[in-house]
Design a protein around this ligand. Structure first.
Ligand code: PLP
Length: 412
């Protein structure tokens, strides 16, 4: 039967507050008392942590940079949405990405990564990792499965991709890429930031699913946060006192933030549905009017069928769409007009906000890429990325967008 993330979240064990509150309590302490000194070594060895509690053998907490109960519950809820055994929240999406990749690799190991990924991840893999750790990355077109296969060597430990890539909205055929990775004993790590609820990569074979919670999951552009979902074994590895990258690099989430975010998960599905409904409506109208629009919900999108194959039912095709304005100048003119004259949205990076956010990708979130890398990734200078919000009436928003496109000559 198809996976239903809303059902899965609803069925997850609910954490009540200390006094029976419908929301969980915030455990703000950074350190935890232990009644019996004998159990301290077992906690240190991970035998009595919250993951053990999960299995019914009693839980003990140690120190806030290790597991914290409130942060742990948020991770458990996100892992329910992703259909993984476990999950743990951390300080940012980049912490989730860097922590999980570093956990899988040793000096001399290799990563094969999609060439159309968020600029920060690209810089981490291309510039930071080889210099600091000796881990080398080969970038490939993730939709070219022969290229993925050919790039894998016996040192490849990780294949990394985004479900739907930033900013070209390339969709990865996760089951096919998982099969290739597993045939070579590599782990598939998938960044699912653009498509929470819409796609559950672990159901299709991903070993680890990472999120920038900062985006859709938060929904309010007010918190930087991340999450790593995977097996309990992997989560315990990340928290290992000697070799765990979450434990030792220390990108810890504050429990007050974890609480705040936990109250946003129950309406994530509703929000994603409305982002998607509006984005699809705009994309269809733009296509009908002859505008060059990139949206995976359109049958004309090269990966429409791939997305249909892996998507969960009822959440649409996502809130992101791209418009190719033809040049950097036109892109800037459109952004300036839509924000400053029409108040259609904000000229700002990031995505998943309740209002529309707009940026020219080549000059902003993908500026870490060289001109050649931008071309290889299919990011044209005039590409405007829109994260479609759900404020105001849809028809009012459409008229604003229409006027903007008329202003730069893309619509008559
Ligand atoms: N992954 C994707 C797809 C992103 O778009 C971003 C940020 O824009 C990140 C990861 C990094 O997330 P954070 O800013 O929360 O570290």
């Amino acid at each position: 039967m198809a996976f239903d993330p809303v059902q899965s979240l609803s069925s997850a064990r609910h954490e009540f507050g200390e006094h029976g509150g419908v929301n969980m309590s915030i455990e703000a302490s950074t350190t935890f008392t232990v009644l019996d000194p004998d159990v301290m070594p077992e906690i240190f060895q991970g035998e009595l942590g919250p993951e053990a509690q999960h299995k019914g053998s009693g839980g003990c907490y140690l120190y806030g940079r290790h597991f914290n109960p409130t942060v742990y519950v948020l991770g458990r809820y996100v892992s329910a949405i992703e259909g993984t055994e476990s999950g743990y929240a951390c300080a940012s999406g980049m912490a989730a990405i860097s922590g999980s990749i570093m956990q899988c690799c040793e000096p001399g190991d290799e990563v094969v990564a999609s060439n159309t990924i968020y600029g920060g991840t690209f810089a981490f893999l291309k510039d930071y990792l080889p210099v600091k750790t000796g881990v080398k990355t080969t970038f490939v077109d993730i939709t070219d499965h022969d290229a993925v296969r050919n790039a894998i060597t016996d040192r490849t430990k990780v294949v990394f991709t985004e479900t739907m890539s930033n900013p070209t909205l390339t969709v990865c055929d996760i089951p096919a890429v998982a099969e290739i990775a597993h045939a070579h004993n590599a782990k598939l790590i998938v960044d699912n930031t653009f498509t929470p609820m819409i796609v559950s990569p672990a159901i299709h074979g991903a070993d680890v699913v990472v999120h920038s919670i900062t985006k859709f999951i938060s929904g309010s552009s007010d918190i930087i946060a991340g999450c790593i979902c995977g097996s309990t074994e992997f989560l315990l590895d990340l928290m290992d006192l000697h070799t765990g990258s979450l434990m030792l690099l220390g990108p810890t989430m504050d429990p007050r933030i974890a609480f705040e975010l936990s109250t946003r998960l129950p309406h994530l599905g509703l929000r994603v549905r409305e982002h998607s409904r509006r984005a699809l409506t705009f994309a269809q109208r733009l296509e009908d009017r002859g505008v060059s629009v990139i949206y995976p919900g359109l049958e004309s999108h090269p990966h429409h069928k791939t997305l249909v194959k892996i998507m969960n039912e009822g959440f649409g095709f996502g809130g992101l769409l791209g418009i190719d304005t033809g040049s950097r100048e036109k892109a800037f003119e459109l952004l300036e007009y839509l924000q400053n004259v029409e108040r259609f949205g904000f000229l700002a990076v990031s995505l998943g906000f309740f209002d529309t956010l707009m940026s020219a990708s080549a000059a902003s979130t993908s500026s870490e890429l060289s001109d050649e890398e931008l071309e290889a990734a299919g990011i044209s200078p005039g590409l405007v990325r829109l994260s479609i919000g759900y404020t105001n009436d849809l028809e009012v928003r459409w008229e604003q967008l229409e006027r903007g496109l008329r202003k730069i000559g893309l619509l008559k």
